[in-house]
Design a protein around this ligand. Structure first.
Ligand code: SAM
Length: 292
């Protein structure tokens, strides 16, 4: 019976054996705590029917624990140096496939069609590299992949922003972008000590359960997100100011007050107080006036 990869001693012996040195620029902080790994896998609800896409397997500590439960794991790793190491550490798990690729460049629909045809349950599970957390999560959400959800370890502050409620300091365009596609829940706070090397920031495991439908009806998604981003452009400014400064041409600025009147949203409010439903009403009203 093999030892778990995720112990300080075994991780060190793997790193020594392969003379591996960490690349900070690739967000390489490896997990060495079995309890945290178990929590991630349990939160994701990985079972014998589940197919899992992992991003950034590192030396395979999380991959190994997922592989013990899942029907199949396909993992994207950007660092060529880790490919032979993973071949070694995961040799007991023939249902794990490693793809040497930047996940941001991957055609995930195509990979899912090829690797997971016939699977009814698909999850993305990862300890994400922190320097690209947001682009990766937004890619996973906006590509409307046939997945049940995403369970990932990320920087605590980013997790808080993704799961934030209106009226809180963490609420912003990222909260709305994520919550438009998924129900977000910050699950477990994780101390720095469970990583090697230790990162400078605290971490959280967040679960994003994909919605079948967005929670609001918007006429034009791109325009909706433009309105949201504009509303948060300068957090100290009012909604009206932010919209006037960032949206529309000079001639169209009058429309903003008209749309606020029509939707009964006070332009003196700040963006962070508006619910996703209010943003949807506002962007639909603005679009209607814009198109007249
Ligand atoms: N899963 C391992 C663990 O928990 O110990 C390693 C996690 S480490 C935080 C992030 C991993 O993502 C590293 O192995 C890094 O090389 C890889 N990585 C960084 N950027 C990537 C990208 N754009 N696409 C795929 N993998 C990436």
């Amino acid at each position: 019976m093999r030892k778990d990869i995720a112990t300080p001693q075994y991780t060190k012996s793997i790193l020594d054996k392969h003379k591996f040195t960490f690349k900070k620029s690739l967000g390489q902080n490896f997990l060495i705590d079995r309890n945290i790994l178990d929590k991630i896998v349990a939160t994701a609800g990985v079972g014998s029917d589940t197919g899992v896409i992992e991003i950034g397997p590192g030396i395979g500590s999380l991959t190994e624990q997922i592989a013990k439960k899942a029907r199949k794991v396909t993992a994207f790793e950007i660092d060529q140096r880790l490919i032979p190491i993973l071949k070694d550490t995961l040799s007991d798990y023939p249902h794990v496939k490693i793809i040497h690729q930047d996940v941001l460049e991957a055609d995930l629909q195509e990979v899912i069609a090829q690797e997971f045809s016939g699977f009814d349950d698909l999850m993305v599970v990862a300890n994400l590299p922190y320097y690209v957390t947001t682009p990766i999560i937004l890619k996973l959400l906006t590509e409307r992949l046939p997945i049940r959800g995403i369970v990932v370890m990320i920087q605590k502050e980013v997790a808080n922003r993704m799961a934030a409620e209106p009226g809180t300091k963490d609420y912003g365009s990222l909260s709305i972008a994520v919550q438009y596609y998924a129900v977000a829940k910050s699950e477990v706070k994780v101390p720095k000590t469970v990583f090697v090397p230790q990162p400078n920031v605290d971490s959280s495991v967040i679960s994003l359960t994909l919605r079948e439908q967005p929670p609001v009806h918007v006429e034009d998604e791109d325009f909706f997100f433009e309105v949201v981003r504009s509303s948060f452009a300068q957090r100290r400014k009012t909604l009206l100011n932010n919209l006037q400064n960032n949206l529309f041409t000079k001639e169209q600025k009058l429309l903003i007050q008209e749309a606020l009147n029509d939707t009964e949203i006070d332009g003196k409010r700040r963006g962070e107080t508006l619910s996703i439903e209010e943003f949807a009403r506002l962007s639909n009203a603005l679009l209607k006036l814009k198109l007249c």
